[in-house]
Design a protein around this ligand. Structure first.
Ligand code: ADP
Ligand code: MG
Length: 345
């Protein structure tokens, strides 16, 4: 075959690649309630339902060890998987951890990685139950699988949003992205002048959001204790706008988001201004916030209106109305996903 007929992965992108690779995968067991296409798969054994999710982190692609302490990396690798479990409205119970390591890493360095992994297991009460260890030619690769249990109230997919549902978001967005921009800036300065000391003092909040994200177990507990089951839910890993679009596409709806409702921390905004960036763009397109984006019935409004855990940022509309953001001057702007990668370039 000539190379003219072959396709570079970059021509079709990650989503189309996954769709293409998985298009003839047929579900063979009635125990598989949800396969590919959500934050986690859902399986059913008798009266107990489980969710299963897996993530792969590659040095140089997902993390940079020149500014990421290994302990933080271990913690974050677990946290991002648990976030996908919570995004199904489930409780994580078990993880497996597999690593490929080059000879550049010492035993003590891997001890640190595992200190972080164990700290996250302790905090979120999950058991490390296995994994695999092998060598790599270059760099560190970490793969984590998380398994969780679905409570009686049921699991939540991306596809259940309905017209007039309220769109809610936990915490705030854009902070992890601004933390990354700060670390990249200090790295560039250090590369120019190795004598320079990194200026990280006073930026604790955004650095913590980038280096040590916390999945929103507290939000899931709040929803359980108030008998609220979201109609749809997703975690914010790639950027708010792309996650909103995932919910709308999977649910076959439109949406109306209000710019002034999007929660942005003061520290995020001030870092953005320092770097001559627009805070709203970091909030919409920056990745790795690991907040939960979900939709609820308007009838649940009374139960949630006083909670400080999240903000109502808009509402679901019919698919015909499209996906929009209303800015501070009441201009209606189409919401499109420029995505984390595109924003990064
Ligand atoms: P997330 O951002 O929540 O981790 P992804 O975009 O990585 O989700 O994955 C979307 C869906 O595609 C998930 O259901 C995931 O399990 C599935 N998926 C991703 N990569 C593959 C693959 N190589 N083979 C089979 N399924 C995959
Ligand atoms: Mg996810």
């Amino acid at each position: 075959m000539t190379s003219q007929n072959l396709t570079n992965i970059s021509e079709i992108g990650e989503f189309n690649l996954i769709n293409r690779l998985t298009k003839n995968v047929h579900i063979q067991h009635s125990e598989t309630l949800k396969g590919i296409g959500d934050d986690a798969a859902v399986v059913n054994y008798g009266n107990k339902k489980q969710v299963i999710t897996t993530d792969l982190l590659v040095e140089g692609i997902h993390f940079n060890l020149s500014y990421t302490p290994l302990k933080h990396l271990g913690y974050k690798a677990v946290a991002v998987n648990l976030s996908d479990v919570y995004a199904m409205n489930a409780i994580p119970l078990h993880i497996t951890v597999s690593i490929a390591v080059s000879s550049r890493f010492t035993v003590e360095a891997l001890d640190e990685l595992y200190d972080g992994i164990k700290a996250a297991c302790k905090k979120y009460k999950v058991d490390l139950i296995g994994g695999d260890t092998t060598s790599s030619i270059k760099g560190l690769v970490i793969s984590i699988t998380a398994i969780g249990i679905v409570p009686e109230s049921g699991y939540v997919l991306r596809s259940g949003a309905k017209e007039n549902n309220l769109i809610c978001l936990s915490g705030n967005v854009g902070a992890a992205y601004m933390g990354l921009q700060l670390l990249e800036r200090e790295k560039a300065i250090f590369e120019q002048n190795p004598e320079a000391q990194p200026q990280l003092h006073g930026y604790d909040y955004i650095l913590q959001r980038q280096l040590k994200p916390e999945p929103r177990a507290d939000l899931i507990e709040f929803l359980y204790s108030n008998n609220i089951v979201p109609t749809a839910m997703i975690d914010v890993s790639d950027g708010l706008s792309s996650e909103i679009l995932h919910i709308c596409q999977n649910s076959n709806t439109g949406c109306e988001i209000y710019e002034d409702r999007i929660p942005i921390a003061e520290e995020t905004a001030s870092m953005a201004y320092e770097l001559n960036m627009e805070p709203l763009l970091a909030a919409l397109n920056g990745g790795e916030d690991y907040e939960l984006l979900f939709t609820i019935n308007i009838a649940d409004y009374e139960k949630i209106k006083d909670s400080k855990l999240f903000s109502i940022i808009g509402n679901i509309t019919s698919a015909e109305k499209g996906t929009y953001i209303v800015d501070k001057n009441d201009n209606v702007i189409p919401l499109n996903s420029t995505g984390y990668q595109a924003f990064n370039n």
